[in-house]
Design a protein around this ligand. Structure first.
Ligand code: NAD
Length: 353
């Protein structure tokens, strides 16, 4: 397969490959679109089995960032970088400095941040060579942990979906949360405060104990969460929670949570729709995290401090956007994930005019 045959290529503006012999760095920086602003998306370090696998991942994730940033109403385009390597043994400060030089050569058309396998300490090294790095502490525009902001966006999205599907507020509604890590734990707190009943699961006992003690949640095994008697299923762990094995087991009418890539395939999104379930498209409802990062980029570009009011206004807007997706899905009788993709493409096209 050549670059142009790759189904994920889809009109990428630029794909940059760098090999730094001295440090062994092999990185691909994919810039899907800068129509709405500089491309922003994290850097992932992963032991890809081939350069082609790394390229496909970079392209896929980069396009996804264009859509996510557009739906979050940000003046940012979509991009992503991948470093081919094992984050447990191949990391050196020099490798991440070389990565920083690669980002610098893209000339400000791409801002990087953390993703799987890359830590703040790694980004500190990259920062020595480029200013286009978000997600670091120690400066006035620093945005800190995005999880509480992500959780706030997800909370508002769950509330909206319950209103639409059940015509009621969250008081007395049961929500099943899969994964009570950063986002799931904050979400549990907010739902509990709104009067919801919680059923939770995780593979991490300590996280479970903490959330159960704080919220009175019922704890079930990771597999039993799909059978929970709950109006809402909130995936907040890894991707692929909604698949051919789990879809038929869900008891409620709403799927709304913080995890990325909740649908195992677009076909499962169609099946979910055919069953009459309401799905909050993952990259729309979890856009709070990137809004937080965008506030940092905005501050760094303008030389100003982190602006919480700006973040709050964007979160308000995000809830309205989710409402628009749900409205259009009803009006057109189509699944929400298809509508969200379409709206993202429309927003990018409108930006180009
Ligand atoms: P996290 O690692 O803190 O939490 C994930 C939790 O899921 C962990 O407690 C883990 O033990 C648990 N888990 C893993 N496998 C599980 C399984 N099979 N069953 C039940 N629990 C399982 O990560 P996070 O930052 O809370 O992110 C959660 C999800 O939200 C991820 O998909 C992430 O990509 C997405 N997301 C996070 C943010 C953010 O701001 N942190 C923003 C957007 C999207």
């Amino acid at each position: 397969m050549t670059l142009f045959d790759n189904p994920a290529f889809e009109n990428h503006e630029g794909v940059h490959a760098f090999h730094d012999e001295a440090t062994g760095l092999k990185t691909i920086i994919a810039v899907h679109s800068t129509t709405l602003g500089p491309a922003a998306g994290g850097c992932r370090m992963w032991p890809y089995e081939s350069a082609e696998a790394a390229l496909t991942d970079a392209l896929r994730l980069s396009r996804a960032m264009s859509y996510k940033n557009a739906m979050a109403g940000l003046e940012l385009g979509g991009g992503k970088s991948v470093i081919i390597g094992d984050s447990r043994k191949d990391k050196t400060p020099a490798l991440f400095q070389a990565f920083g030089r690669a980002v610098e050569r893209v000339g400000g058309r791409y801002w990087t941040a953390e993703d799987v396998g890359v830590s703040p300490a790694d980004l500190e090294e990259a920062r020595k060579e480029t200013r286009y790095v978000a997600g670091l502490e120690g400066h006035a525009a620093a945005s800190g942990d995005p999880s509480p902001v992500t959780a706030e966006g997800v909370f508002r999205g769950v509330r909206l979906c319950v209103e639409r599907a059940y015509g009621r507020d969250l008081n007395g509604v049961t929500v099943a949360i899969q994964g009570v890590g950063h986002v799931g734990a904050y979400l549990a707190e907010k739902l509990h405060a709104a009067g919801a009943r919680l059923i939770i699961t995780d593979v991490n006992q300590a996280a479970l104990d903490k959330v159960a003690a704080a919220t009175g949640a019922e704890v079930v095994s990771p597999d039993a969460i799909f059978d929970a008697e709950a109006e809402v299923f909130a995936p907040c762990a890894l991707g692929g929670a909604i698949n051919a094995d789990t879809l038929g087991r869900l008891k409620g009418r709403v799927v709304a949570g913080g995890a990325n890539n909740q649908l195992a395939s677009p076909q499962i999104g169609r099946a979910l729709f055919d069953k009459g379930l309401l799905y909050a498209p993952d990259y729309v409802i979890n856009g709070g995290g990137i809004i937080n990062v965008a506030a940092e980029i905005r501050g760094l570009e303008a030389g100003t401090a982190f602006d919480q009011a700006w973040v709050d206004a964007k979160l308000d807007r995000l809830a309205l956007t989710l409402g628009e997706v749900l409205d259009r899905a009803v009006a057109e009788g189509r699944p929400t994930h298809e509508i969200a993709d379409e709206m993202a493409r429309e927003r990018i096209a409108a930006g180009a005019k």
